[in-house]
Design a protein around this ligand. Structure first.
Ligand code: AMP
Ligand code: ZN
Length: 111
């Protein structure tokens, strides 16, 4: 029991971690839907965008900056960001996460 992504953030559940700092963890999606499919999570447990409070506004801004940082580090030419909110929209893990999906940069076989 307990939250899957909290366990990944705490490293009690394994994941291929791409980046982390004191507030965020970035790891590879176990069922990638693109050549690069990362999940960016705040370490703070927030169920979904629908549960974000005003005190989380800085954290939510930083979530985008973490996506930018990882994308720049990987020299991505472009990428898609997606957040599913609620079961109706396909959210299956109840810990807020930003999907980052991308193809390899030109001339690169993988990422
Ligand atoms: P969502 O549908 O927006 O809730 O996305 C949840 C994502 O988490 C899906 O793309 C799953 O493939 C992914 N996922 C589920 N369990 C794990 C896990 N243990 N490690 C990495 N990704 C996972
Ligand atoms: Zn959690």
């Amino acid at each position: 029991m307990g939250c899957l992504f909290c366990k990944i953030a705490e490293k009690t559940l394994p994941a291929k971690i791409e980046y982390e700092d004191d507030r965020f963890s970035v790891f590879h999606d176990i069922h990638p839907k693109a050549p690069l499919h990362l999940l960016i999570i705040p370490k703070k447990h927030i169920q979904s965008v629908d549960h974000v409070a005003i005190e989380d506004k800085e954290l939510m801004g930083e979530l985008i900056l973490v996506a930018q940082k990882v994308a720049r580090a990987k020299n991505l030419r472009g990428y898609k960001l997606q957040i599913n909110v609620g079961r109706e929209a396909g959210q299956i893990v109840d810990h807020l996460h930003l999907h980052l999906l991308a193809r390899p940069p030109d001339g690169q076989a993988d990422i």
